[in-house]
Design a binder for this molecule. Structure first.
Ligand SMILES: [Zn+2]
Length: 191
């Protein structure tokens, strides 16, 4: 703000100044009225300080000027702003869509999706990441639980895989033994 006059000395623009004759030299106090609360800030300064410099001192003390907002009101306003920080309309639509898809296709009691549905499909349909869908589902709806038949099949498969590995190993050992015997016999005939 460009001051045409000494706004503090003249008591304009919600600024004012008190000058008291001191022992050695007069002392001055500048005041600034917050536009949002009854708080009036004050600064002790030299009588000759120009208004621009006083403004700067208030700014350095955390004030916003013209309109004046005290440091307390500024931090409250910042908190409110942070709390009401809204996602974009697109993000909100995607979330609403995700919510309704989860509601329609996920059974929180059984912890299962309806047929052909999973987190990946919901992510693809809404444009959200799979991680976001999983986190949201686990928080608001529940974790995935495998049905008993799926768990039974998994353990059958694991058992067969183990058996397969073991048999393969024993077959290979058997073959190796036979090859060794063959090698020994061939060597005898060649000799
Ligand atoms: Zn205030």
């Amino acid at each position: 703000m460009k001051h045409r006059e000494h706004s503090y000395r003249n008591g304009v623009l919600a600024r004012r100044m008190e000058i008291r004759p001191g022992v050695g030299s007069p002392t001055a106090t500048a005041f600034l009225q917050c536009s949002r609360c009854p708080h009036e800030g004050s600064l002790k300064l030299s009588v000759r300080m120009p208004p621009e410099q006083i403004d700067k001192k208030f700014t350095q003390a955390g004030w916003a000027l013209d309109p004046h907002i005290c440091p307390g009101c500024r931090s409250k306003a910042n908190e409110r702003k942070a709390m009401s920080a809204k996602p974009s309309p697109d993000a909100m639509r995607a979330q609403a869509q995700m919510f309704s898809l989860l509601q329609n296709h996920f059974d929180p009691n059984k912890g299962v999706f309806s047929q052909n549905w999973d987190d990946t499909r919901i992510a693809a349909d809404t444009g959200l990441s799979v991680a976001v869908v999983v986190e949201y589902r686990e928080t608001c709806f529940g974790k995935l639980k495998e049905p008993d038949e799926v768990q039974a099949l998994r353990s059958d498969i694991a058992a067969l895989e183990k058996l397969h590995q073991e048999s393969q190993a024993s077959f290979l050992a058997e073959i190796a033994t036979l090859k060794q015997q063959l090698g020994a016999i061939s060597a005898k005939w060649a000799a």
